[in-house]
Design a protein around this ligand. Sequence first.
Ligand SMILES: C[S@@+](CC[C@H](N)C(=O)[O-])C[C@H]1O[C@@H](n2cnc3c(N)ncnc32)[C@H](O)[C@@H]1O
Length: 267
Amino acid sequence: MKAMKLYSDVHRIYNNLAAMGLGPDDRLTVAHLTPFDQYHYEGTDAVDLALDHLGLHPGEALLDIGSGIGGPARYIADKTGVRVTALELQPDLDAVARDLTARCGLAASVTHVCGNILNGAPGDPFDGIISMLCMLHIPDKPRLFAAARAALKPGRAMYIEDFARARPLSAAETASLAEKVQAVDLPTSAEYRAHLQAAGFTQITLQDVTAEWRQFSAGRVKAARATRPAQVALHGESTVAGLEDFYEAVDALWQGGALTGLRIVAR
Ligand SMILES: C[S@@+](CC[C@H](N)C(=O)[O-])C[C@H]1O[C@@H](n2cnc3c(N)ncnc32)[C@H](O)[C@@H]1O
């Protein structure tokens, strides 16, 4: 996973907080963190869209599959009063997530679990599932969606944001996806739907957001270049070069027409 440079040096968020005058012992708010803790496209606007589709009520339980450093989980718990279980594979991301959640005073409403969704979700079935740009890392879609279905109460919704393959890929594109994005064997949109149906999901909508995400990706590369000196001063050359390399590799895939962006709701 660490070959994907978004996941190197995840402690860099502490540099951003220090630049805002917030040290390790300071209490935090979700608003302090959201510019830095959303590891998907379009920040909290995308999480708000997910909430519209999930139809959750305060006190209900949501599973976040691949929760990163906990950005979406904290935002949802704070905004809605929903109890979130944040399942994250990588221990260093999970540790940063726990620390930030505790410092926001949200430890009672966000439960962090370090684990692999392919081994099943923790606890009882949930009132909803959210998964933002995680599933592209998991080629075994039958096992993934079987685990997701088992974790979801009947009739409730799973909201996914994910990549699909737009067309047959060149060898260079396949290699770039495998190494720099840790994404092997992406399905097409039609294959994605078929996997969900095979796992027992019956109401499935797939929205193609390729144009939007292509634009987001281009903007991210541009912003990284424009702010490079300040970013290097904050995080150091190696972290910045790694992020740039990742942003540029993904952007080449978007601008070359290799990827489809999907917003999926499945019940
Ligand atoms: C692009 S990040 C997005 C994080 C978070 N959803 C967000 O939007 O901020 C995808 C995350 O999925 C996690 N992940 C990948 N495979 C996983 C698995 N099998 N089980 C749990 N988490 C996984 C990765 O470690 C990574 O932190």
